[in-house]
Design a protein around this ligand. Structure first.
Ligand code: SAH
Ligand code: SF4
Ligand code: F3S
Length: 439
């Protein structure tokens, strides 16, 4: 009898793509996707260890899964991804009911491990030396998907002082450009309109391997028919070069939104983080992008309460935010991660003080987000339709090239890309009405 798997994904888009690969691999091994945890025979947690909170949530889920497993004989639990890589066998000591533990480089082994677990044997694969064997596994794509993520690299060589990614994802490796291009062509043939290229530092794509550089990769992808939107995450402020910036002028399908994590506005803190740029250099990158595309949208990541961060350092972060006025940002309280340099740093910031700084930063961001959304009112934008609006089933929902969510009343046009007049702005999204298309 066919069995079913429920995959729960934590963390970033890299994990989302890996989960889609796990699903493809397991469907060839006679597992179908379960709609709910309750109906599943196998549950896989694809985990994240970027901050302590992520880790706690996963261990708490594992506690719940012990009872889930006991409720029906034959049920299996597998844990993969970054926390599995980080904790390895120690994870099993904390959660002995886990049948399968697999690391970030061991996804291709999953069907074999599941077979072992079905015979009531535990399975573990944590080796990182074998390169990325799962790159050829085509990620599962839901029927009717208009947007797809494409991993172009894996791992990271930057070793920012706070970050666990290089430890759990390994050194940076770029995927052969020919493989990326054929994946994008296949997606286009299946009706996908938008591709999002993924890597921890996309601007260093191919450098180690002597592959074509990132701008050339963008040019080749832009030549693929039917792909009318190209995005990429994440850019590193140190490595985002002028050639890539100019492409925003040359490639009409390159979306005018750049996610450029600043982390802190203080040069002292940036140096302690080992980020490799100053506030001035960061501002110069933003300026260069605005020169090329005045309508460019910017988003960022921030860490507050990094060891040694003073009130003055923090105010410098707020000042840069006031200057740039990001469209959106993700912000986090510093979390000490095992094996990182920052974990060894003294001068920890008082957790309550860090929490207060985070609130101040998020309030400022909320006001900038509202302001940037309000600036869209009265404009006509193109929207790639992703589905029905959550708040009103009569409305459609999608994103603008600048990555803003729009809920709109559909007209009679149809098709994946619509022209919409923005009639209102909220705290996180826009509302609008469809216009007859000019296209
Ligand atoms: N490669 C991307 C980021 C990956 S992690 C980059 O370089 O920007 C996503 C975000 O999580 C980071 O940008 C950072 O803001 C945050 N983050 C990473 N480690 C963290 C830690 N130890 N504590 C708090 N936030 C952290
Ligand atoms: Fe982590 Fe820095 Fe690499 Fe981003 S660039 S994944 S923050 S080490
Ligand atoms: Fe988390 Fe791993 Fe991504 S630690 S943020 S899932 S690379």
């Amino acid at each position: 009898m066919q069995r079913s798997v429920f995959i729960k994904t934590f963390g970033c888009q890299m994990n989302a793509v890996d989960s889609a690969r796990m699903l493809s691999l397991l469907s060839s091994a006679d597992y179908r996707a379960a709609a709910t945890l309750e109906e599943a025979d196998l549950v896989l947690l694809n985990t994240c260890s970027i901050r302590e909170k992520a880790e706690q949530k996963i261990y708490s889920d594992l506690g719940t899964l012990r009872r889930w497993k006991q409720r029906r004989p034959g049920r299996l639990v597998g844990v993969g991804g970054c926390l599995a890589q980080q904790d390895g066998e120690a994870l099993r000591a904390r959660a002995p009911h886990v049948d399968i533990v697999f690391g970030t480089h061991n996804i291709a082994n999953l069907p074999g491990m599941v077979r072992r677990a079905e015979r009531r044997l535990t399975a573990t694969a944590l080796g990182m030396e074998d390169g990325v064997a799962h790159w050829d596994v085509v990620p599962y794509l839901p029927a009717g998907a208009v947007s797809a993520m494409v991993a172009i690299m894996q791992g990271c060589d930057n070793f920012c002082a706070y970050c666990v990614v290089p430890l759990v994802r390994g050194r940076e490796v770029s995927r052969p450009s020919e493989d990326i291009l054929s994946e994008v062509r296949a997606l286009a043939a299946r009706g996908v309109t938008e591709v999002v290229l993924l890597g921890q530092n996309v601007n260093s794509y191919g450098k180690k391997e002597g592959e074509i550089p990132f701008p050339e990769l963008l040019l080749r992808i832009s030549a693929i028919e039917r792909i009318s939107r190209i995005r990429f995450i994440t850019s590193h402020p140190r490595d985002l070069d002028d050639r890539t910036i100019r492409l925003f002028e040359e490639i009409s399908t390159l979306c005018p939104h750049v996610h450029l994590p600043l982390q802190s506005g203080s040069d002292r803190v940036l140096a302690a983080m080992g980020r490799g740029y100053t506030r001035g250099e960061y501002l110069a990158r933003i300026e260069a992008l605005r020169q090329v595309r005045p309508d460019m949208a910017f988003s960022s990541d921030f860490i507050v309460g990094f060891p040694g961060e003073t009130e003055d350092d923090f105010r410098e972060t707020l000042a840069v935010m006031e200057d740039i006025r990001f469209d959106s940002s993700f912000s986090f309280r510093f979390s000490s991660r095992p094996g990182t340099r920052a974990a060894e740093m003294n001068e920890k910031v008082d957790p309550q003080e860090a929490a207060a700084r985070l609130r101040r930063l998020q309030e400022l961001q909320a006001s900038h987000t509202r302001e940037r959304l309000a600036a869209q009112v009265g404009r006509e934008v193109t929207v790639l339709v992703e589905g029905t609006s959550a708040r009103d089933p009569g409305m459609r929902c999608g994103r603008t090239p600048c990555n803003k969510t729009v809920n709109f009343t559909p007209g009679s046009v149809g098709g994946p890309v619509r022209t919409v007049l923005v009639t209102g702005a909220g705290t996180h999204s826009l509302v609008g009405e469809e216009r007859p298309s000019h296209a």
